[in-house]
Ligand binder design. Structure first.
Ligand code: SF4
Ligand code: SF4
Length: 89
């Protein structure tokens, strides 16, 4: 299975890891990932807790097709909410 790869500026091989999930239970809605993504892939959403009837903001993958697999959002996240995956070429 060949993976989708690219090159860095310096010509080294680069295997992107694309965002595939954000854990809504861990997310505290701080927005750091949102600010770190230059591709506008992420978007905030209100999550309603039915038991307490309260609402809190969480981050979601709003536009996965534009992800370039840089994993910067995962580096920015203080709660380790993200999962990433490589992609077949
Ligand atoms: S991996 Fe990079 S491009 Fe994709 S959502 Fe995260 S910061 Fe944005
Ligand atoms: S950085 Fe992590 S905790 Fe903060 S909004 Fe993004 S996913 Fe949620």
């Amino acid at each position: 299975m060949a993976l989708l790869t690219g090159k860095t500026y310096g010509g080294a091989d680069w295997t992107p890891t694309f965002v595939t999930g954000i854990d809504p239970e861990k997310c505290i809605g701080c927005g750091r990932c949102f600010k770190s993504c230059a591709r506008k892939v992420l978007g905030p959403e209100d999550l309603v807790d039915e038991e307490s009837e309260s609402t809190r903001m969480i981050m979601t993958i709003a536009n996965q097709d534009d992800c370039i697999g840089c994993a910067g959002c995962g580096v920015a996240c203080p709660k380790k909410c993200f999962t990433f995956s490589t992609k077949e070429a």
